[in-house]
Write a protein that binds this ligand. Structure first.
Ligand SMILES: [Zn+2]
Length: 188
């Protein structure tokens, strides 16, 4: 979609942000403003992909930026779930992101670290640790993940941005080491 084909674009004060549609960091002054609801209520058009991003009165970005990097060599099902986690965070569905994140970690533990199905989340984390899939200096992260695993099954703990970003960061590193870096070694 060509950004310049939006009609009657206004010249706004320039803004830099990461577009939630194409993932590019852009700077633009093209878009629309709303009369009377404060200086931050704006719609900016991405000059890369042409999609509109809305900034509310508090300056919050909708949709938010896509966090996490693309990882090469992922099996289809893992790639889909990883993308869903990133979409969840972008759309501020943090509880969903954390539940899916836990599911993906368990899946990877069974897939590569020879964990058995039906074990506890903490046991899966320990399998990954014993199989050397956890990077060094990750002890704080491990404590955090274990705490995340201590919730009882009938409880749903509401997630927030910080927690979702931590679990996404862990998954990104895990997937990168196992599938992208590991895949390259296999080919050489
Ligand atoms: Zn874009």
């Amino acid at each position: 979609m060509k950004w310049s084909e939006w009609q009657q674009l206004s010249n706004l004060s320039p803004k830099e942000f990461d577009c939630g549609f194409c993932g590019k960091g852009i700077g633009t002054n093209h878009g629309y403003f709303h009369q009377g609801s404060g200086p931050s209520t704006r719609i900016y058009i991405c000059t890369n992909c042409g999609c509109p991003t809305f900034f509310d009165q508090q300056g919050n970005q909708h949709p938010g930026p896509i966090l996490g990097r693309d990882v090469k060599g992922l099996p289809n099902d893992i790639e889909n779930v990883y993308r869903e986690i990133r979409e969840d965070i972008k759309n501020q569905c943090f509880t969903s992101a954390i539940l899916l994140g836990r599911k993906l970690i368990m899946h990877v533990a069974v897939d590569v670290a020879k964990a058995k199905e039906g074990e506890s989340f903490v046991a899966y984390i320990e399998h990954l640790e014993k199989s050397n899939y956890i990077p060094p200096n990750a002890s704080k992260l491990l404590d955090y993940l274990r705490k995340l695993g201590n919730e009882k099954n009938h409880e749903i703990k509401l997630g927030n941005l910080v927690e979702s970003e931590r679990i996404l960061g862990f998954i990104e590193a895990l997937l990168f080491f196992i599938y992208e870096l590991g895949g390259e070694t296999d080919e050489s």
